[in-house]
Structures are given as structure tokens and as C-alpha cells.
Design a protein around this ligand. Structure first.
Ligand SMILES: NC(=O)c1ccc[n+]([C@@H]2O[C@H](COP(=O)([O-])OP(=O)(O)OC[C@H]3O[C@@H](n4cnc5c(N)ncnc54)[C@H](O)[C@@H]3O)[C@@H](O)[C@H]2O)c1
Length: 387
């Protein structure tokens, strides 16, 4: 945007595994140009800066002060994201946040409020929203094809090895990560689940650490209750390997299943509430007919969010993943933990002070020491390195 160019000058703060992936992905977007990088580790900043031939910094404030960027992507570990985000936003720069916004709804609230106050663009890296089956599922739901929803189910096997958890000192600790599978590995599918099925207003949660030597949950599940009277269940785990990632929604007029990235939709020949009381045959049931779906085609992955973010800034294209919507998956993850900890149902939106008290308690009382010597590795997930 400098000198009237139709290009957004980007800075990336946090150029570890994911941040380095973003620096590469940005090259595919013609409306975007990488102009500076920053990492707490001066050696990492220098390596990535030299690789891309851009200025590099080890302090986010220095990157901001240099005025080389119109927008910043923050790919640090999430608990350090909010204070950096606030500085970025205060400087009037647009913000693209990695997921999750933060580890704690209260600090995410502050990011959302600051972005609003400064009137800048604010997006979140929920790239799975751009997958064609998800776009189609949203179209069906918004078009009323399912009718009133009675059941929502999320199954999210997100397997990770112990070596993955040992690859960074911050990973899977209360202080460094502020949560486990619901905080880092499952937010994408939790976001899709909430995008398609809406927000519950009450949860009964259960969090456990089952297979890994970690401090936070590698298993998080909950019974969900919705304002429309429907119920649901969510299950997330880094103990279970795929396949089987699934969102299923059962409504009055049909049933939708997104499984392993494939979408199926069945339409009932009569709304089920009406059929149940009007049909007089003892063994009758509604007939479900599978509907053939036409899907869009195109790029998948992070590149879609980068491009959309740039086009939003340059031309006002609506954001696919507005930053303020990042609060939903975080709110649910925090609520499930609070419920598991208090051993009682928790209403949403959750009490910010109750969650702060819980987080402070687990952090101050933590005695966890990583058993394996930490071999710090900043490798981009090969799945994302392609995107
Ligand atoms: N959207 C996706 O598909 C996706 C995929 C993987 C990770 N992520 C998210 O990206 C974030 C980073 O994950 P990762 O796997 O790249 O971690 P990583 O440990 O590989 O990289 C984090 C980097 O941030 C740097 N850093 C830490 N504190 C900093 C600070 N205060 N200022 C500047 N730099 C700082 C570290 O030195 C490190 O280089 C996480 O929040 C994670 O949830 C998103």
C-alpha cells in the first residue's frame, strides 16, 4: 500500500515452524509482500530474514517502530500473542492472528476490543473454513436445508507423538501453552463445528491426560447444550490417530456428515417432527435420500486466508475468518476445562474472572518438569508446508 501500490506489506512475528511456513506461502499471493520478520530468538530471526532477504528483528516493538509493514501476522506461541497483538493494533497496523487468539478468553477480549477501537482489519488463520465441503455445508445450513438442529457431534482425533510435545519447551504446559488438544490441535475443527452448528450455551466437560508425559489435556470431551433445545457431544484427542475426523449435524429436515474432509447430505421426505406425530403406521420412519452435492474447486490451505486478508484490506472483500470469531473455539475450550475442573456444568459465555482464577491456580501450583530433555525444533508440519 506504500506509494499507492496495491500490495499489503506484511511483517511476521514468530518465525518458528508455522511462521516460516507463512513466509513461504505469502510468496504465492500477489497482493501481499513479506517486508520484515521478527523472532524472540535472534538466530531464528536472522536465518529467516536472510532467507527472504528482508530486515529482521528480535523485538516485536522494533519491527513495529521500523514502519516497514501495513499488517502483521503473529505466529508466536499463543500465550505471548495478546500483548504483541495489542502493540501491533495500537500502532494502527492490520492484524492476522494465528489460531488460537490467546489461551484465555479475557485477553482475547482485549485484542478484539483494540482492533475495533483502531478500526483496522483483524483476521484469524482458520484456513479450513475455505475448504469446498465446508463452504457447501455452510450454504446448506444457512439455506435452511437442515431445519432446526437436534444433535451436533464432533469427533476430532488429532494424534501427536511424545516427540512432538518434546520439540518445544512451551508445548503442553500450563504456562507455555495454557491448554492441550483443545487449545492447539483441535481449534480448526472446533471452529468448523461452531461455524456450522452454532454456539452451545452450557457444557459438561471432562479433560484428562492419558498417554503423553504432558501437563495439560490430551483428551477433552463435553456434553453440549444449545439455546434452541438441541444437544451435542464433542471429543478431541491427541491419543487417537485418524481417520475419523467428523462433524455430524442432525436436523428436522435432514442430516449432514463431514467426515475425513468429505461431505454427505441426506434430505428427509418430510420434516421429522411433523412425520412423527402425523404418520399412523407403527413401523414407519422418514425416508432419507442422499443429495448429490456440487463443490467449488480452487486453492486450499493458508494461502486462501492470506489472499482474502490482503483483498479485504485493499478492496473490502469480506473476511472469511474475522478475528472476533476466534473467540468462539477459545470460549468453548476454556469452558470445557472450567467444567472439568469444577466438576459441574458451566454456562457460556464463561465468567472471565472464574477462568482467570483457574488458570492462575494451575500455573502457580504447577510442579511439572518435562522428563525428556527438550530438543527444540521449529519444523513446519509437512501437511502445512505444502499449502
Ligand atoms: N493455522 C495452522 O494450521 C497452525 C499450524 C501449526 C501451528 N499453528 C499455531 O502457530 C503458533 C506457533 O506454533 P509453531 O508450531 O510455529 O511453534 P514454534 O515453537 O515452532 O514457533 C514459535 C516461534 O515464536 C517465537 N517466539 C516466542 N515468543 C516470542 C516473542 N515474544 N516474540 C517473538 N517471537 C517469539 C519462538 O522463538 C519460535 O520461533 C501456535 O499458536 C499454533 O497454535 C497454527
Amino acid at each position: 500500500m506504500a506509494g499507492g501500490e496495491k500490495v499489503v506489506r506484511m511483517g511476521v512475528i514468530g518465525v518458528g515452524g508455522m511462521g516460516q511456513g507463512h513466509c513461504k506461502t505469502m510468496q504465492k499471493v500477489e497482493e501481499m509482500k513479506l517486508c520484515a520478520v521478527c523472532d524472540f530468538s535472534a538466530a531464528t530471526a536472522e536465518k529467516v530474514g536472510k532467507e527472504h532477504n528482508v530486515p529482521y528483528f528480535s523485538d516485536p516493538k522494533e519491527l513495529i517502530k521500523a514502519k516497514l509493514c501495513d499488517a502483521v501476522l503473529i505466529a508466536t506461541p499463543h500465550p505471548v500473542r495478546p500483548p504483541i497483538a495489542i502493540e501491533v493494533l495500537k500502532a494502527g497496523l492490520h492484524l492476522l492472528s494465528e489460531k488460537p487468539l490467546s489461551e484465555n478468553v479475557a485477553t482475547a477480549d482485549k485484542m478484539i476490543a483494540m482492533a475495533k477501537k483502531k478500526g483496522v482489519a483483524f483476521g484469524i488463520m482458520f484456513q479450513r473454513r475455505t475448504e469446498p465441503p465446508v463452504i457447501k455445508a455452510l450454504e446448506l445450513i444457512r439455506g435452511g436445508e437442515l431445519g432446526k438442529l437436534y444433535r451436533r457431534t464432533l469427533i476430532s482425533p488429532e494424534y501427536r507423538s511424545q516427540a512432538y510435545y518434546d520439540s518445544g519447551g512451551w508445548r503442553a504446559t500450563w504456562k507455555g501453552e495454557g491448554g492441550g488438544v483443545m487449545m492447539n490441535q483441535a481449534p480448526h475443527v472446533i471452529d468448523l463445528f461452531l461455524l456450522l452448528g452454532g454456539m452451545p450455551n452450557r457444557v459438561i466437560g471432562n479433560c484428562e491426560t492419558r498417554l503423553h508425559r504432558i501437563e495439560v489435556e490430551d483428551h477433552g470431551e463435553a456434553m453440549l447444550f444449545y439455546p434452541d433445545g438441541g444437544t451435542g457431544y464433542m471429543y478431541t484427542s491427541t491419543c487417537e490417530a485418524g481417520p475419523g475426523q467428523m462433524i455430524e449435524l442432525f436436523g428436522d429436515k435432514g442430516k449432514l456428515c463431514w467426515r475425513n474432509g468429505q461431505l454427505s447430505f441426506w434430505k428427509f421426505n418430510q420434516p421429522i417432527a411433523e412425520f412423527t406425530v402425523s404418520n399412523k403406521e407403527m413401523w414407519a420412519a422418514v425416508k432419507a435420500e442422499e443429495v448429490k452435492l456440487e463443490l467449488t474447486t480452487g486453492d486450499v490451505g493458508h494461502v486462501n486466508i492470506h489472499r482474502n486478508f490482503a483483498r479485504h484490506i485493499l478492496n473490502g472483500e469480506p473476511l472469511v475468518a474475522p478475528g472476533e470469531e476466534g473467540i468462539r473455539s477459545l470460549e468453548l475450550a476454556n469452558a470445557v476445562w472450567l467444567s472439568s475442573f469444577k466438576k459441574k456444568p458451566i454456562d457460556l459465555p464463561i465468567s472471565r474472572s472464574a477462568y482467570n482464577a483457574f488458570l492462575n491456580k494451575v500455573r502457580t501450583e504447577s510442579t511439572f518438569v518435562k522428563e525428556a530433555p527438550t530438543a527444540v525444533k521449529a519444523e513446519t508440519d509437512p501437511q502445512h508446508a505444502k499449502a
